[in-house]
Design a binder for this molecule. Structure first.
Ligand code: SF4
Length: 264
């Protein structure tokens, strides 16, 4: 696997507050300054030393292009620090995809490709609307097209099972969502096992509006996506060993997913 580094920058809470999101747990109480962001990045880069980095993910528990999260005055300093990296990955809400990205991208050193990750979650229209992203799947389609036309790469995140759908519909729409994310040019499409833990998901579960998807759905979705022969389809295996500890077959399944992620 190509060497790289994932950095989690701490900043203010994402203003969208989607139902299933738990990233606010890592947020700061208020806005952070340019110097805070650059200091966090410097510390993370120092941990890597002089080892080669083909890719760098700068995740900030929200949108990189949210000016209240990452001050634009930090763009130049961030860009300079990406020198020598093949690909920079940042996250964004589709509402922020547009001209504000161009200013940042123009600062990146030659040879650094920019990939923008967006949380599509599901293309089921009603379930998507109820997530409180204040988007429609069509907004993602337009944002992805804009990014690709501008020469950037698109990463799309999907949930195995969003709330508000019964098991049969959720499984069917998982495959449809993988198909549509690939058709939007997602490469990779990353399938994330929906998790509880933020309080809201537990309330939805108690009300009969959400259940955790079986781990097998994750493998099924990845294999389905790969059979399309379009972009890469990956499984997010973060924390799965702990979450599914003791479940028969889970260890072998997670190993298979990790192999698939490595392209083996
Ligand atoms: S837009 Fe993304 S980071 Fe912000 S609340 Fe929604 S899921 Fe969380």
């Amino acid at each position: 696997m190509a060497p790289g580094l994932t950095v989690f920058l701490s900043n203010r809470e994402c203003p969208w507050r989607c139902v299933m999101c738990d990233l606010w747990r890592h947020a700061m109480p208020g806005r952070v300054e340019e110097g805070d962001i650059l200091a966090q990045l410097d510390e993370a880069l120092a941990s890597r030393g002089s080892r080669r980095m083909d890719w760098l993910k700068l995740y900030n528990a929200g949108s990189f292009f949210d000016h209240g999260a990452i001050p634009p005055s930090a763009y130049e300093g961030i860009a300079v620090r990406c020198s020598g990296v093949g690909q920079l990955v940042v996250e964004s809400h589709p509402a922020l995809v547009g001209p504000r990205i161009v200013g940042f991208r123009q600062r990146l050193p030659t040879g650094v490709r920019l990939e923008v990750a967006m949380g599509l979650e599901t293309v089921h229209p009603e379930a998507h609307a109820l997530l409180n992203k204040r988007t429609s799947p069509g907004d993602f389609e337009r944002a992805a097209a804009w990014l690709r036309d501008a020469g950037m790469d698109v990463r799309l995140f999907l949930l195995t099972r969003p709330p508000f759908l019964g098991a049969t519909a959720a499984r069917e729409w998982l495959f449809r969502s993988v198909d549509m994310a690939l058709d939007m040019g997602g490469d990779p499409v990353v399938v994330i096992p929906t998790r509880g833990g933020n309080g809201a998901m537990e309330r939805l579960q108690a009300a009969g509006q959400w259940e955790e998807a079986p781990l097998e759905w994750l493998e099924d979705a990845v294999l389905h996506g790969r059979s399309r022969g379009l972009g890469r389809v990956l499984a997010d295996t973060w924390g799965l060993s702990e979450r599914f500890a003791g479940q028969p077959g889970a260890v072998a399944l997670i190993e298979r997913l990790e192999k698939l992620n490595r392209g083996e």
